[in-house]
Ligand binder design. Structure first.
Ligand SMILES: [Zn+2]
Length: 272
């Protein structure tokens, strides 16, 4: 059985430049600090986790040429904190990838595109209509009516197909939480940025599997059966690290992903 461990270490106290004490969860040399609105944690040489209100994650991926790819844009009102974090770690954002079009993942897209007009943005081809507020293509045919989306003024000019590469990140379609959800695998170090296809807030859980203490991903998931199948697909990639939209990053997650996938498949069979 694969060993599961959290990269982040013990809770410890730091002080900001202004001398204000802040708690950070993570190894001392990996925690870049925390403000009232954003915590920045260096997960690997390439991967930074930007966390707001303790449970909403975006990720900043440093490419080999030093440029940055931001994966998801967080809640509305996150742009200035994201830009400050990118400056703090010295990784300029030149690309934005979106895992899916829920409000807590695209909420600051417009503000970031305004602030960084040369930035390229990307989203999966099946998710793009949802970002534009076009839900009729999905309706109720295969899952619940999609909800929790934010119609943005900015629209990525580039749409992604399964397998497309953006820098070091491979696009892996994983529909279920939303109809066109995508995850991104860093081919350099095996980090899987999984969006909401998995969460780790209450252990490793597949989208659509209800957990009493953290029910939101299940409430907002479109098709639990598709989510379970996509979880199996992602698990087969055997990522070395699971980075999610909600919860801490998990090292060596394969065994936990398999168990979570089995639970999701059982639930999908029960509910038909
Ligand atoms: Zn979501």
């Amino acid at each position: 059985m694969a060993k599961v461990s959290l990269r982040s270490g013990a809770l410890h106290l730091r002080r900001t430049a202004a001398g204000v004490p802040k708690f950070c969860l993570g190894a001392r040399n990996s925690c870049y600090g925390a403000t009232a609105s954003m915590r920045v944690v260096r997960e690997t040489d390439h991967l930074y986790r930007l966390t707001r209100i303790g449970m909403v994650n975006n990720f900043l991926v440093k490419e080999n040429d030093g440029t940055g790819t931001l994966v998801d844009t967080g809640l509305p009102g996150s742009a200035s904190a994201i830009l400050r974090a990118a400056r703090q770690v010295g990784v300029p954002i030149v690309r934005i990838l979106l895992t899916h079009a829920h409000t807590d993942h695209v909420g600051s897209l417009d503000a970031l595109c305004n602030a960084l007009p040369k930035t390229e943005s990307f989203i999966g081809i099946s998710e793009a209509p949802l970002l534009a507020g076009l839900f009729s293509a999905y309706g109720c045919r295969r899952g619940r009516r999609p909800f929790g989306f934010l119609k943005t003024r900015s629209h990525p000019k580039k749409v992604l197909e399964d397998g497309d590469m953006v820098g070091s990140l491979r696009t892996i379609f994983c529909p279920g939480h939303t109809p066109g959800h995508a995850a991104f695998l860093d081919t350099r170090d095996g980090s899987l940025i999984a969006g909401d296809s998995f969460t780790t807030q209450m252990g490793v859980v597949v989208a659509g599997v209800y957990k009493f203490y953290f029910p939101f991903p299940a409430w907002f998931s479109w098709n639990s059966s598709a989510a379970a199948e996509s979880a199996r697909k992602l698990t087969l990639w055997k990522p070395l690290r699971l980075a999610v939209g909600h919860g801490l990053t998990i090292q060596n997650p394969h065994g936990a992903m398999e168990r979570a996938t089995d639970e999701a498949l059982r639930q999908a069979r029960r509910t038909g």
